[in-house]
Design a protein around this ligand. Structure first.
Ligand SMILES: *Cc1c(COP(=O)(O)O)cnc(C)c1O
Length: 347
């Protein structure tokens, strides 16, 4: 009997026999590790790392309240996005459904894999019309990517919308929660227990402050996580990254403190920005950035760039005309931004 996950997989992936190292066939303490051509005289990092990163996963499991076997770790969530497309979408045949304006990597990863992208715009108030989405998803649609809270719009997608997609769509629903820690209550992680076709992505790159480390997480049913483990490069997370991730995950106090700092600074910017005559609209944010509509986004973007203040110009994205996406920085960075905005106001 084929399970729904097996049925959705590309046939070559369903049949794939994974790479097996001698070490994955042995567990215990050995007297001599002579199997992997490592340099035993080496540096402290001379051994290949744990391919399944159990220490890190156990820590994440206890923080998120989910079994370690339901966690997959990628070299950033970007690796997980690519792996999901590679596992489920037959190049040249299948497609993914995305809701622009949204995170750019879904489309790029699909294009790299020669997988078509079906686009359905968010509504004007940045919601997903689930009935229309279900009608838009075709026979070849294997994955729906929902970004919540969404980048660059900053809002969360209603849980009921995600449930409607899960109930009505036969493929995999991927919910990218890179910013969920900034919006307590926004996560749908608990729904993984009920829906085996739900994958939730989170990352250490945003609230955890570890973008340089490149560690992203996927949460899902045992079967789907096993598929990702089978397809990933065996040692996709280096030993140094595993050690540093474990260390960082040890301090939830740091996480909470940095979230509080960012939210306080976001609030300060949200108070200050509407005072400028050229600011037309501020979109409510569940994230560590603010989408701002201004009179002339290209002009303001150029002005700020010339003065060393780098923001993201999103004005060419659908529903984002004249919009800049501003990441909440440290107080002195936000001060520098506000200072330059004052100068611009006098131009
Ligand atoms: C920043 C971001 C990520 C993070 O990707 P990593 O590869 O984990 O750094 C994922 N999704 C969205 C929507 C993002 O904005």
């Amino acid at each position: 009997m084929t399970t729904p996950i097996q049925h959705l997989l590309r046939p070559n992936i369903r049949q794939l026999k994974p790479y097996a190292s001698a070490r994955s066939e042995f567990s215990g303490t050995a007297q001599a590790w002579l199997d992997a051509n490592e340099n035993s005289f080496g540096s402290g990092l001379h051994r290949y790392p744990d391919p399944l990163q159990w220490a890190v996963k156990e820590r994440i499991a206890s923080i998120r309240g989910i079994a370690g076997e339901r966690i997959f770790l990628g070299n950033g969530s970007d690796e997980v996005i690519d792996l999901l497309i590679r596992c489920f979408c037959e190049p040249g045949t299948d497609n993914i459904l995305i809701f622009p304006p949204t995170y750019g990597m879904y489309e790029v990863a699909a294009q790299i894999n020669n997988v078509a992208v079906t686009e359905m715009q968010l509504t004007k108030d940045f919601r997903i019309d689930s009935a229309r989405a279900l009608a838009t998803a075709g026979a070849g649609t294997k994955l729906i990517f929902v970004c919540s809270p969404n980048n660059p719009t900053g809002n969360s997608i209603d849980r009921s919308t995600i449930v409607e997609l899960l109930e009505g769509f036969g493929g995999i629903v991927v919910v990218d929660e890179a910013y969920t820690d900034f919006a307590p209550g926004s996560s749908v992680l608990d729904l993984c227990k009920k829906y085996e076709r739900l994958v939730v992505l989170q990352t250490l790159s945003k609230a955890w402050g570890l973008a340089g480390l490149r560690v992203g997480m996927a949460f899902g049913c045992l079967e789907l996580i096993a598929v990702l483990n089978k397809v990933k490069p065996p040692y996709n997370i280096g030993q140094a990254s595993q050690q540093l991730a474990l260390q960082a995950l040890g301090s939830e106090a740091f996480l909470q403190e940095s979230i509080a700092n960012i939210l306080a600074e976001r609030n300060r910017l949200e108070q200050a920005l509407p005072e400028f005559s050229f600011v037309r609209r501020l979109y409510p944010s569940d994230t560590n950035f603010i989408l701002v509509q201004v009179a002339d986004a290209n002009g303001l973007y150029a002005f700020l760039t010339e003065r060393g203040i780098i923001v993201r110009n999103r004005s060419s994205m659908p529903l984002c005309s004249n919009c800049l996406r501003i990441t909440v920085g440290r107080p002195e960075e936000n001060d520098a931004l506000l200072h330059q905005l004052k100068q611009y106001g006098y131009v």
